[in-house]
Design a binder for this molecule. Structure first.
Ligand SMILES: NC(=O)c1ccc[n+]([C@@H]2O[C@H](COP(=O)([O-])OP(=O)(O)OC[C@H]3O[C@@H](n4cnc5c(N)ncnc54)[C@H](O)[C@@H]3O)[C@@H](O)[C@H]2O)c1
Length: 501
């Protein structure tokens, strides 16, 4: 009996071994590729996932104790699967060659030169990834667009692959990523939807089904949406444009609140109570940042222009214009409140990341605020719980759009370290002897700072400019601060002072 049972077990083992393990390779070990693949590996123990990258420092970091990106919950997810069915490697050719499904999650920067400069997506990295896949593939592959790309990119990639296919069958799918940094792991565990676009052919449908089965390991089937390729590509750009538009809408209202004495938090609450509008993404602030919103809207604007839709292009462009307006309005408030000059004054900047719970600084409004204040000759001391001094210096030395290239290819100016900028390891030393404090990231720890201690250490009059509405202005005024909070009734000090951009 015992022996027979063993035989049965052996048979089952053989059967399981004979079912080929699905192999996934992901090109690009960044903010999207790393966390997304870590979650796929965790949820699909029967799938082997290898994440590859041309930046070896990034791969080394993924293989170390200090992961290259900060994201709540990410460490645990990686540790659970790394070395089991999750691997990080620089051997790109080998792993593409072995994979059944190749995700492409590489940089898609905004073009800085030539046709469409300043708006269109630069698909250099995408195209070289596609050519590499075509070069090394020896078996059929499903190629999945994970990067955000302009509509019809899949068609271009398909052409590159097919023209170099050597008889290999490539199916292209669009599977845009909707995670938000700071909550990426939660979003990946429990997505509102997974979107898969594919060709409406038998091979296309089979490829969609294969990818669907991967996600179906943990995502309920009714949340896995399938569309044609172009709808999937456009849905990603449209979703980001809608989100950014909400932020610009509430920020536009914040300027009107300051002019009229209304309180933007009260207005946003009342507006958001309408079930048709809803409460999310209605916090007034210095504006949106991050690697996606501006880039994706510029991309959308360019596509509209190319399709002969200038009015639609202008509509979306205005979302970015209001965002820029909000950032310069904030800088102007600071300067005009401090006797119209911040020259040689110490301004403490609390936060640098583009939002809380991430160390990501791409397109962070902090850079514009810094540059605005530096233009007025301020001395700035920055504290952010997750952003390193090296990163801050790189960001302030970079030209617009240069951030969206692999780290080792990012051009930086020789003036990398600006003398007027220092970086501090905590909020109290950053604010010591400062004339003003500006809050640019909504880190939770800023809500519980001892502002009496901060006030005592500062020059007087002491100013707080809250670009994220994290502090209680009334409490700070009681301590003695002059306070500016975006969209809130103005401090008497600021009434009648010009603050328009
Ligand atoms: N960050 C987000 O929140 C987010 C969300 C959704 C979509 N996206 C999109 O996903 C894509 C990737 O974004 P990200 O934030 O992960 O960028 P990232 O810069 O963090 O990562 C991209 C990685 O790709 C690597 N790379 C470039 N060319 C390569 C190649 N040929 N082979 C292998 N690796 C290569 C780079 O070295 C880099 O590490 C972009 O298109 C972005 O717009 C980003």
């Amino acid at each position: 009996m015992h022996i027979n049972q063993n035989k049965d077990n052996n048979k089952q083992t053989v059967k399981r071994v004979l079912v080929k393990m699905v192999k996934i390779c992901c090109l690009g070990a960044g903010y999207v590729g790393g966390p997304t693949m870590a979650v796929i590996a965790l949820k699909c123990p029967d799938v082997e996932v290898v994440v590859v990258d041309i930046t070896s420092a990034r791969i080394n970091a993924w293989n170390s104790e200090q992961l290259p990106i900060y994201e709540p919950g990410l460490d645990d997810v990686v540790k659970e699967s790394r070395g089991r069915n999750l691997f990080f490697s620089t051997d790109i050719e080998k792993h593409i060659g072995e994979a059944d499904i190749v995700f492409v999650s590489v940089n898609t920067p905004t073009k800085t030169q030539g046709l469409g400069a300043g708006k269109a997506a630069d698909l250099t990295y995408w195209e070289s990834a596609a050519r590499m896949i075509a070069d090394v593939a020896k078996s059929d592959k499903i190629v999945v667009e994970k990067s955000t790309v302009p509509v019809k990119t899949a068609e271009a990639i398909e052409k590159i692959l097919i023209h170099n296919s050597k008889g290999i069958n490539f199916q292209i799918l669009s599977n845009p990523e909707f995670l938000a940094e700071g909550t990426a792991i939660q979003d990946l565990f429990n997505p509102d939807r997974v979107l898969i676009g594919g060709r409406d052919t038998p091979e296309g449908k089979k490829a969609v089904q294969t990818l669907k089965e991967v996600y179906a390991h943990w995502v309920p089937e009714d949340r896995i949406l399938t569309t044609n390729l172009w709808s999937a590509e456009l849905s990603k750009l449209a979703a980001n444009a809608f989100l950014a538009q909400r932020i610009s809408s509430v920020n536009a209202i914040s300027a009107l609140c300051e002019a009229t004495g209304a309180n933007v938090s009260e207005v946003a609450y009342a507006v958001g109570k309408d079930a048709r509008i809803g409460p999310k993404f209605l916090n007034a602030s210095i504006g949106f940042g991050g690697s996606c919103f501006q880039k994706d809207i510029l991309n959308l604007v360019y596509i509209c222009e190319c399709n002969g839709l200038p009015e639609v292009a202008q509509y979306w462009k205005s979302v970015i214009q209001i965002n820029d307006y909000q950032k310069s309005r904030f800088v102007n408030r600071i300067v005009s409140s401090m006797f119209n000059t911040v020259a040689n004054k110490k301004i403490a900047m609390l936060g640098f990341a583009f939002k809380k719970d991430t160390g990501d600084t791409r397109e962070t409004p902090a850079i514009d605020v810094c540059n605005g204040l530096l233009g007025d000759k301020a001395n700035i001391c920055i504290y952010d719980p997750q952003v390193t001094q090296d990163q801050i210096e790189r960001d302030l030395a970079m030209n617009k759009f240069d951030w969206d290239h692999p780290t080792h290819l990012q051009p930086t100016s020789p003036m990398a370290v600006k003398k007027q900028v220092t970086v501090s390891s905590d909020a109290y030393s950053a604010t010591k002897d400062a004339h003003g404090v500006c809050i640019v990231t909504e880190w939770d720890e800023f809500k519980t700072l001892d502002f009496t201690r901060i006030y005592e250490g500062m020059q007087k009059p002491a100013f707080v400019f809250d670009g994220r509405n994290v502090v209680n202005p009334e409490k700070l005024r009681q301590i003695g601060f002059i306070v500016y909070s975006i969209g809130k009734p103005l401090d008497l000090w600021m009434k009648d002072m010009p603050a328009v951009a």
